[in-house]
Design a protein around this ligand. Structure first.
Ligand code: TYM
Length: 332
């Protein structure tokens, strides 16, 4: 079985619809066909300030949401990044192989740091992508299921794996991004040319899965469309309608062309009403399942303990190989 590895940040608490459609949904599918490792990346979260109690609660909530979305600990390895110390250890080695200029070109870093100013930007945020490289390489992942915004970080992973292998001998699998075209980028409902994102979106444009279903329905109904009043998939000319069609199609399994036919001659109101219903059904079931895991902390802890153990077995072996290759003296 080919191996996949991916991660999600706990910092927002609730996942948003972009996280789910762009990534988590694929994680659920891939656990059937792949040897799958999925984690909540709390080390990444502290690259920006976090309240400790909130971070802990949001890490739990994130794990519960992953289970609520359909991850099955019998079929995949689900763990918390900080439970596996090898991530930070391999990240150090990778930091020493990364060019300062190379790291400076990471667009997510440039975006985030330009908003913060250099004194509030941490060195951790700067080396964030290198930690992600270590995450992926530790598991010798063949594929990395993510949204489009993570493509550059997977490219960096490929570059560093190739560099390490070239310098020290074959050690790491060079991974491919696994990005589904249709859902690679889910857009903000109010500003449908910008990606849906916790930090950039207004509350009305962002669908949080843990919000009250009623609030979600309202946001769908006030989504920005256009004045043409024709339901047609055309990202360039009709970004708002196209985004709604993508969401609708992915959640129901109906092809976009089928939806265009179904809504021929109908107004945006009809599309929004139906999509609101689809989403309300989805989030209602998702929240119920998530709540069940939140209500049972012992089960959740047991899942994470087992996940960390399985993850560590793989990570420790890869780290030992990498340490040996770079010339560290083995600890006897
Ligand atoms: P994060 O937590 O920002 O997002 C989790 C996943 O959601 C995807 N995503 C989207 N997909 C489509 N449309 C959107 N609007 C949208 N917004 C978010 C992201 O692409 C991501 O796949 N650096 C990563 C976490 C990470 C990681 C890793 C991922 C750490 N280590 C190793 C893969 C492998 C991040 O911040 O994702």
């Amino acid at each position: 079985r080919p191996r996949v590895l991916s991660g999600i940040q706990p910092s927002a608490g609730s996942f948003h619809l972009g996280n789910y459609l762009g990534a988590v949904r694929q994680w659920v599918a891939l656990q059937e066909t792949h040897d799958a490792f999925y984690m909540v990346v709390d080390l990444h979260a502290i690259t920006v300030p976090q309240d400790p109690a909130e971070l802990r609660a949001n890490t739990r909530l994130s794990v519960a949401q992953l289970l609520g979305a359909g991850l099955d600990p019998e079929r995949c390895t689900l763990f918390v990044q900080s439970h596996v110390p090898e991530h930070a250890q391999l990240a150090w080695v990778m930091n020493c192989l990364t060019g300062f200029g190379e790291a400076s070109r990471m667009t997510q870093f440039k975006d985030k740091s330009s908003k913060q100013g250099s004194d509030r930007t941490t060195v951790g945020l700067f080396t964030y992508p290198v930690l992600q490289v270590a995450d992926i390489l530790l598991y010798q992942a063949n594929q990395v299921p993510v949204g489009e915004d993570q493509r550059q970080h997977v490219e960096l992973t490929r570059d560093l794996a190739t560099r390490f292998n070239g310098r020290f001998g074959e050690t790491f699998t060079v991974p491919d991004p696994y990005i589904l075209r249709e859902t690679a980028k889910i857009y903000d409902l109010q500003e449908p040319t910008a990606k849906m994102s916790k930090s950039a979106s207004t509350a009305k444009g962002l669908i949080n899965l843990m919000d009250e279903p009623k609030a979600t329905a309202k946001k769908v109904k006030s989504a920005v469309t256009d004045t043409e009043a024709v339901i047609r998939y055309d990202v360039a000319e009709k970004p708002g309608v196209s985004n709604l069609l993508t969401i609708y199609s992915t959640l129901t399994g109906a092809e976009v062309t089928e939806l265009e036919e179904k809504y021929a001659g109908k107004g945006y109101g009809a599309l929004k009403t139906d999509l609101a219903e689809v989403l309300v059904d989805f989030v209602t079931a998702f929240r119920d399942r998530t709540q069940q895991y939140l209500d049972d902390p012992e089960t959740l802890d047991a899942i994470l303990a087992k996940g960390a153990e399985k993850a560590r077995a793989v990570a420790a072996e890869t780290l030992a190989q990498a340490y040996d290759k770079v010339g560290f003296l083995p600890a006897k």
